[in-house]
Ligand binder design. Structure first.
Ligand code: AHR
Length: 550
């Protein structure tokens, strides 16, 4: 019931915000404006790394237990203990890479706790202990360690994703990190840990390529200064045997716009040895502050996940869109010292972060209900990554299930895919394509922000080419008006095409266990006249076109 703000109520609320007289001129009749999208086929930006469509799994709340891990003997359909429906959906959205075990939990985690026979694995206090207010010794307070390295790699193998492990820099040593790599990657029969891995079910190495060196080293990952962290970083990555995988090391980068962190770390690396042992620089940005300057504080400034104010439809998009300037800003600073542009950005935590209130279970810390708004948010974010394919090599949406911007919610035998899932499934067509420069001419949309009419863009997106297939994704944020768009691939002719659209007449529409298909995309073939592509993007929609070129 509390989730029932309709578009009509949204309009009504807008009228209140504006004052009746002004509102009359703001209400849009259901006509459609016109816009133009030019795709510059001859201006490639770079290959879209499939890994920017990645996901993040932390030992936190209900993410692992029971979002992913239900156990081999569960009555819930599973594949060797892993929720079967989840695996099927991960395959559908072609999840390319998954990050584990944190987040903040990574810097409390000892990988040795999560290997070997389950009955021998120690139970440990979880980093997020305080997030579960339930009585009793729940798995999110006291981790049974039943889901460890072997189970995580199993999850990845089941859906053809690359494992991306985050090492503990705050409370373990470089030697512990090296031993974890040895457990994962040393050849069959070569070391005691390779034998241990064989006893745990895998004589063959896991060949884990992606290794994060800590997490948020400026905060929960050790409270380091950038200078201190650069010392730790070098200790962790120096003289590490690569085995057969050519490991990719990812440094713990800035919190949002902390440019000082990036500059100082890169300066230190440049001064001592250079950039051979760093392939990625992580960047975290959550769209959390919806306060418009009215209140301060991390918790206080958050907005509602479902019962949001009309203004917050746009505010969360505005806040999330900052990731684009963060990408260009940090990239520029990295170039001051790393002129070769070999170190790429890894946006391995992104998403909206709302106030608690829509958790599907009390102990599922940070769980929130994704709505249509979050689908538009996710589309906008993935388009940004596509447009910066030359700079961003990996990204991970926070987090996979029962958490912030989750594609899935799961509890016991119940499972539902949220509208965020649909966006990932729709956008998978971009993976591995060549990102192309686009030019968009569209009127901005206007919304009332504290009584002041304020502009927001009318349509944005990205385009990629793979063979003869041109993929164009477009997000239309305007909550009231559709938009007619002419799509013009310059220098190419479109022979046929299909459009998939995700929208709903209710702005906070979402899928629940009881009603799992409230927000779902629809597809149709395009009618082309003389090769011209003109489509109507509904208000509040995400659209993906797959066009076959002549
Ligand atoms: O995703 C939730 C938390 O947000 C992660 O543990 C941490 O890295 C970030 O601050």
């Amino acid at each position: 019931m509390r989730y029932e703000t309709t578009r009509r109520e949204f309009l009504r609320d807008s009228s209140l915000a504006f004052g009746g007289a002004v509102f009359a001129s703001q209400v849009k009749l259901p006509t459609s404006k016109h816009a133009q999208v030019d795709i510059l086929i001859d201006e490639p930006i770079g290959t879209i790394s499939p890994n920017i469509y990645g996901h993040f799994v932390e030992l936190l709340g209900g993410v692992v237990y029971d979002g992913i891990w239900v156990g081999e003997n569960s009555r819930i359909p599973n594949i060797n203990g892993i929720r079967k429906e989840l695996v099927e959906h991960l395959r559908r959205m072609r999840a390319p890479i998954i990050r584990f075990p944190g987040g903040c939990a990574a810097d409390s985690y000892d990988w040795r706790d999560g290997i070997g026979p389950k009955e021998n694995r120690p139970r440990r206090t979880n980093f997020w202990f305080f997030g579960d207010k339930r009585k009793g010794n729940t798995s999110s307070k006291f981790d049974p360690n039943h889901f460890g390295t072997d189970e995580f790699v199993r999850l990845c193998r089941l859906c053809n994703a690359e494992p991306y492990l985050a090492a503990n820099v705050r409370s373990l040593s470089a030697r512990d990190f090296n031993l974890w790599m040895e457990y994962c990657n040393s050849p069959a029969g070569s070391t005691t840990l390779a034998d241990r891995r064989a006893a745990d079910g895998s004589p063959e190495p896991y060949n884990v390529r992606y290794w994060g060196v800590g997490n948020e080293a400026w905060g929960c990952g050790g409270n380091f200064t950038p200078e201190e962290y650069s010392v730790e970083y070098r200790k962790f990555v120096s003289w590490v045997p690569g085995y057969d995988v050519n490991p990719q090391f990812i440094g713990s980068g800035p919190n949002s716009d902390d440019y000082d962190w990036t500059r100082k770390f890169f300066e230190r690396l440049a001064a001592k040895g250079g950039f051979d042992a760093i392939q990625g620089w992580s960047l975290h940005h959550y769209a959390a502050n919806l306060a418009r300057g009215h209140v301060k504080g991390w918790e206080e400034s958050k907005g509602e996940a479902v019962n949001f104010q009309p203004v917050d439809w746009y505010e969360v998009l505005r806040e999330g869109e900052r990731v684009e300037s963060l990408i260009t800003g940090h990239w520029k600073i990295m170039q001051e010292t790393e002129v070769g542009r070999k170190v790429k950005l890894v946006v391995d935590e992104w998403g909206p972060w709302y106030k608690p209130s829509t958790e599907i279970a009390p102990g599922y810390a940070l769980s929130q209900m994704p709505t249509l708004r979050d689908a538009v948010f996710s589309a906008m974010t993935l388009d940004i990554f596509n447009r910066h394919a030359d700079k961003v090599s990996i990204a991970a949406c926070a987090q996979l299930v029962n958490c912030l911007n989750s594609p899935f919610l799961a509890m016991e035998d119940k499972f539902v895919a949220t509208p965020v899932f649909d966006v990932f499934e729709m956008y998978a067509a971009h993976q591995g394509g060549t990102s192309l420069r686009t030019e968009i001419a569209a009127e901005p949309t206007t919304y009332p922000r504290d009584g002041v009419p304020t502009n927001f863009w009318g349509v944005k997106g990205s385009a990629s080419l793979k063979g003869k297939t041109l993929v164009v994704s477009l997000a239309r944020p305007d909550t009231q008006e559709a938009l007619t768009v002419d799509i013009r691939p310059r220098g190419a002719t479109v022979r046929s095409g299909r459009i998939t659209t995700l929208t709903n007449s209710v702005l906070n529409a979402h899928n629940t266990f009881e009603q799992p298909n409230i927000v779902r995309p629809t597809s149709r073939d395009l009618k082309l006249s003389g090769g011209a592509v003109t489509v109507e993007l509904p208000a509040a929609s995400v659209n993906v076109l797959e066009l076959t070129l002549a």
